[in-house]
Ligand binder design. Structure first.
Ligand SMILES: [Zn+2]
Ligand SMILES: [Zn+2]
Length: 271
């Protein structure tokens, strides 16, 4: 392995409905690869918190991460995280999660706009794509203003489906440059992290979420903290694209990346 502190801070175990491998299996795979640290970040979709049983699964995921952390002590650092989806759509759920589980790391995530389905399910022939993206960046900004997370997950998520899966061209710069700048500056001012999500590299999109130009801009606007995650939904994808992600960070002017322990950033050198 090329990098000494190679870590993966975004992955899903069978405590997420779209993943199948138990946390222990994920940890074993990470240990075999010689990773420095991993953070388990199962889904908690706040807008359907009770309806879809996340109030139970989020506690189970926290328990599994704590258990794995004890089992792998001395072999692999395992941290308990959560991918908090749409936290502002149901603040009672968000509050419940924070009051029950003492997470190391909270990813702030937006999979769907208010009153809409996940971008994965939308029929883009029936949508005004530009208007949809404007709403997306506005809701992201709202979440960044709320400021209750540690790292902003997979900024540009809709592009995975619009551009990657459907092949519909969609603008990023210059159209949404002002909105993106506002998001990135506020993250930097709030001392929050931007996530570099490498899942897009192994999907049709063929690039990280967000792409390099956004990462560069975050640096220019004073950003310090970047977390990297494969967004693995099976053990075979753990660490996938992280090496590419780390070299992208260097290209964007960062010499360290960040992991979170007890909700505090820990900067690790890229070497
Ligand atoms: Zn996600
Ligand atoms: Zn995820």
């Amino acid at each position: 392995m090329k990098y000494r502190f190679f870590s993966d801070c975004h992955m899903h175990s069978d405590c997420s409905r779209d993943a199948e491998d138990p946390a222990m299996m994920m940890c074993e795979a990470a240990e075999r690869q010689g990773l420095y640290a991993i953070t388990l970040t199962d889904h908690c979709e706040c807008d359907v918190y009770e309806k879809e049983d996340y109030n139970r699964s989020v506690r189970q995921s926290y328990f599994e991460a704590k258990k794995a952390s004890a089992v792998f002590q001395g072999k692999l650092r395992v941290y308990a995280g959560v991918e908090l989806g749409q936290p502002l759509h149901n603040l009672d759920a968000t509050q419940d999660v924070f009051s029950t589980c003492d997470f190391d790391f909270v990813l702030g995530s937006l999979h769907n706009l208010r009153g809409m389905e996940d971008f994965y399910y939308l029929d883009y022939n029936e949508q005004d794509v530009d208007a949809l993206l404007a709403r997306y960046f506005d809701e992201i900004l709202e979440m960044v203003r709320w400021n209750g997370f540690d790292s902003l997950a997979h900024l540009t998520y809709p592009y995975r489906y619009i551009v990657g899966e459907k092949g519909i061209p969609a603008p990023l710069y210059p159209e949404f440059g002002d909105r993106i700048d506002e998001i990135l500056s506020l993250l930097a001012r709030n001392h929050k992290a931007l996530e570099l999500n490498t899942s897009g590299l192994r999907q049709k999109l063929g690039q990280t979420l967000p792409p390099l130009e956004v990462l560069r801009r975050f640096r220019q606007l004073g950003g310090t903290y970047v977390t990297i995650g494969s967004d693995a939904h099976r053990w075979g994808d753990i660490g996938a694209g992280v090496e590419t992600g780390l070299s992208m960070l260097l290209q964007a002017g960062f010499d360290r990346f960040t992991i979170y322990v007890g909700r505090e950033p820990v900067l690790l050198p890229i070497e």
